[in-house]
Structures are given as structure tokens and as C-alpha cells.
Design a protein around this ligand. Structure first.
Ligand code: PLP
Length: 443
């Protein structure tokens, strides 16, 4: 069962071929009835039949995030190098928790982390780790922010101050931590100093775990006023966490970088390479200005771990709420080494240009209009006269036909469409066809 046989080698060769072909050929989305799949039983089907099920029925039934017309949520379009490195990482059975076991794998993850620290403008001592997603990155940063602190009631602080556009994972982190979110500002504008002052002015700083600002709101793409927020957090002595899970990649764009000024003063930052830095799921980074604070909060201690902790290596397990882990920094490192950072900047710039193109086409259309000021690579727009039900029906029809994944969201009380461009392989004709389907659709 554990040895590779001839059939396994043939399947691996076919897998390699399929990995390339699925990119080159138009991506078809084909429904699969799970009832028709074989059940788990005492006797195995063999690898060839199993791979055929995966290749032909199961994997094609989802809408892949690297489909050029996957424009919903925040997708992900891994590079070839990242995909290959990710596959190799599984095959190599690497334990990514500690340097003792993972060897140079930890060094290359550290190099990828260093690059991210350079992108945000963090100094030499900054560090962090790669976790499963922005949600765990945010939770890990907030746990580090709270560690060892005492609030006015003698207990750990329990208030997390977040801008109104903060991601849903902040609320979930607060629930896990037994904390409460105090909302600041309003989702119709980026969080600024005055919004935050109005809230912090009513609180004792000792009760505040952290302020969470967002750099690239998931719904609108808006970047909070980080410079003003960092000033205030410094004045008040409050931990600033910047959630740049989606938007952080836009710092690679010379024309957008300025919007992020002040991020380098955050105590911790989240950036998801699996969103706009072209790695497979899952890979999110949590960065700390002072990693020792994170280590104090997160390092696990037990007799069986003494050998690891005493070796005093750089242990990725120490900086987040995890122990065993996939060495998720390897695919991003491999992709950076293979492609170079200039190609990364170009790819991010292409996505930003696609968003500008979409805005122009929408503005030129009689049936479509922009619903909110566009930010980064997010475009919010509406089909004039459509109800929420019509929007939902069109979106479902497009998905089931495998044409496009474009989903509705809300701006204020209104249902609108949202497109988010994170795939440089999306073309202007992809945009034209999506907008064309929308304009010509009889509702
Ligand atoms: C996507 C997103 C998250 C959550 O990241 P996951 O990787 O999905 O867990 C957090 N914050 C922001 C701003 C996001 O866009």
C-alpha cells in the first residue's frame, strides 16, 4: 500500500500532464452527483480508477479559483512553480513545525517571510509564519496582542476595536478568544483617525486587546487610513493589527503603494499569498514587528517538545495557534525564486489594469452602472433595475453553466454585483463576455 508500483508511476505521469492541460484548455465545469461515486469499502479500487474519478468527475465539478472568469469572493491563481512546489511538498512528507526536522525548508520559508517583511517595510528583526488562512493569521496576531496583559478588572483585556469593514474572521477570532468587538467608523468610508478616536476615547487602553485596521476590505477593496491610525495607536499605546489578507499584494504596485503608508508601524500584519500572491491554498502569512511577543504567546511546552525548544532553532510552530504544520512558505518561495519579484509586480499590475478596464466598460454601458468607488482590484456595480432575486438567479445560472462565477453582495441596503481581479490570466475579452451575458440576459 505504501510502495509506489508501476500503475502509480503512470498515474503520476498523467497527473503531470493534466496539471498542464487544465491550464491550456478551456476550463469546463461539469456537475457530479456524489451519490454516483463509489463508497468507501473493505476492498480498494486501485489507483488508476481512483485517479480517473478525481480527474474526470470530482475535480471538474467545482468552479476552480484560477478559472479566468472566477471573479467572485477573492479567488487564487497559483503559478506553475508554486503548484509544482506544493505537490513536491506533499510528496516529501515534510513536518514544517520546527527546524530540527525540516532543515533548509525552514530557511526558505524564512526567506519568503523576509520578502513579505520587506514588502511591508518591516525592519530586520521582524518575523512570522505561514498558516492556513487569513482567519488563523488574524486570530494568532490577536492572541499575541493579548498575551500576558492585565485589564482594569484584573483579567486579560477583552475588547477588540475594529473598523466597520473588517473581515468576518475578526468577529470569529473575538468569539474564540471570549472577546467583544467594538466597531468603529462606517462601511461607507475607510476607517480614519477621527472614527477611531471616537471609540478609543471612551475606552481604557488596558481593556483593549488591539485595533484591527483593514488594508483592502474584502467587500470594497478600500484601504483604511493606516498612517493616521498608526499615529493614534502609538499615542495611546494600543497594539495595531493590519489585516491586508487580500490587499497586501497591491503594495507591489508602484501606483498603489502609497495608500499603505503606515503599515510598517503595525505590530502585526496578515497577508494571504493564496489570494493575490499566486500560491495554491492554503497559505496565509502572519507577520510580527516583534516576533518574541508572538513566541511567548504561542510556543507550546511539553516534555516531548523540550528537544525542539532547547535546540532553539527558528520554529515556525512558535508564531501562531498551531504545532504540526505544512511548510506553506515553500510554494511562495519557489514561485518567487522561479519567476522573480519583477514578474510578481507585473502580475499584480495586470490585475489592477483589468479592474480599471472593467470600470470603463461598465461606465460605457447603458444597462450597468458603478455602485461604489472602485478600490484596488474590486469593482462593485449593478445591473440597472434588477432586484436581489434577479441578481441571484443570473449568478446561479452563470455558475451552473460554467460560464463565470460572479456573485452578488451588498452596498448599504442594495444588492450589487462584485468582481475581484486576482488572476493575470483573465483577459479583457473575459470581462467583455461576462458583462455581455449580463447586459443581454432576459430576466
Ligand atoms: C479573505 C480574508 C480573510 C480571511 O482569510 P482566509 O484565508 O479566507 O481565512 C481575512 N481578512 C481579509 C481582509 C480577507 O479578505
Amino acid at each position: 500500500m505504501h510502495d509506489f508500483a508501476t500503475q502509480d508511476r503512470q498515474v503520476l505521469a498523467d497527473l503531470a500532464d493534466w496539471m498542464v492541460r487544465r491550464r491550456l484548455e478551456p476550463m469546463a465545469v461539469t456537475p457530479c452527483d456524489p451519490e454516483q461515486l463509489p463508497a468507501v469499502g473493505a476492498d480498494g479500487l486501485g489507483i488508476e480508477a481512483t485517479w480517473a474519478l478525481l480527474r474526470d468527475r470530482i475535480l471538474p465539478s467545482g468552479f476552480p479559483t484560477d478559472h479566468p472568469r472566477y471573479l467572485a469572493f477573492v479567488g487564487g491563481a497559483p503559478t506553475a512553480a508554486a503548484t509544482i512546489a506544493d505537490a513536491a511538498l506533499s510528496a516529501a512528507a515534510v513536518y514544517g513545525g520546527s527546524e530540527l526536522e525540516a532543515g533548509a525548508v525552514v530557511a526558505v520559508e524564512r526567506a519568503a517571510m523576509r520578502w513579505l517583511c520587506d514588502v511591508v517595510g518591516y525592519p530586520d528583526g521582524a518575523h512570522g509564519t505561514f498558516v492556513s488562512g487569513g482567519s488563523l493569521a488574524n486570530l494568532s496576531a490577536l492572541v499575541a496582542a493579548r498575551h500576558g496583559r492585565v485589564a482594569t478588572d484584573g483579567r486579560p483585556p477583552h475588547l477588540i476595536v475594529a473598523g466597520a469593514s473588517a473581515h468576518s474572521s475578526v468577529r470569529s477570532a473575538a468569539a474564540i478568544m471570549g472577546c467583544e468587538v467594538v466597531w468603529a467608523g462606517s462601511s461607507d468610508h475607510p476607517l480614519d483617525r477621527a472614527d477611531l478616536e471616537a471609540v478609543l476615547g471612551t475606552l481604557d487602553r488596558r481593556d483593549v486587546v488591539a485595533v484591527v485596521a483593514t488594508a483592502g476590505a474584502t467587500n470594497s477593496g478600500a484601504v483604511d487610513r493606516l498612517d493616521e491610525i498608526a499615529d493614534l495607536c502609538t499615542d495611546r499605546g494600543v497594539w495595531l493589527h493590519v489585516d491586508a489578507a487580500y490587499g497586501g499584494a497591491a503594495m507591489l504596485s508602484a501606483s498603489h503603494r502609497d495608500q499603505f503608508r503606515g503599515i510598517e508601524r503595525a505590530d502585526s500584519i496578515t497577508i494571504d499569498p493564496h489570494k493575490w500572491l499566486f500560491t495554491p491554498f492554503d497559505c496565509a502569512a502572519v507577520l510580527y514587528l516583534n516576533p518574541q511577543l508572538a513566541l511567548a504567546a504561542h510556543r507550546q511546552r511539553a516534555a516531548y517538545l523540550d528537544v525542539v525548544n532547547e535546540a532553539d532553532g527558528d520554529n515556525p510552530a512558535d508564531y501562531a495557534a498551531h504545532l504540526s504544520r505544512r511548510a506553506r512558505g515553500v510554494p511562495i518561495w519557489a514561485s518567487l525564486i522561479a519567476n522573480g519579484t519583477a514578474a510578481y509586480a507585473d502580475a499584480v499590475e495586470s490585475c489592477l489594469s483589468l479592474a480599471s478596464y472593467a470600470v470603463k466598460q461598465i461606465e460605457a454601458s447603458d444597462h450597468l452602472e458603478i455602485a461604489a468607488e472602485p478600490h484596488l482590484s474590486v469593482v462593485l456595480f449593478r445591473r440597472v433595475g434588477w432586484t436581489a432575486e434577479q441578481c441571484a438567479a443570473w449568478s446561479t445560472a452563470m455558475r451552473l453553466q460554467g460560464q463565470a462565477l460572479v456573485t452578488p453582495t451588498m452596498v448599504g441596503e442594495q444588492t450589487v454585483f462584485r468582481m475581484c481581479f486576482i488572476n493575470p490570466l483573465t483577459t479583457t475579452s473575459d470581462i467583455d463576455s461576462v458583462l455581455g451575458y449580463l447586459e443581454s440576459h432576459e430576466s
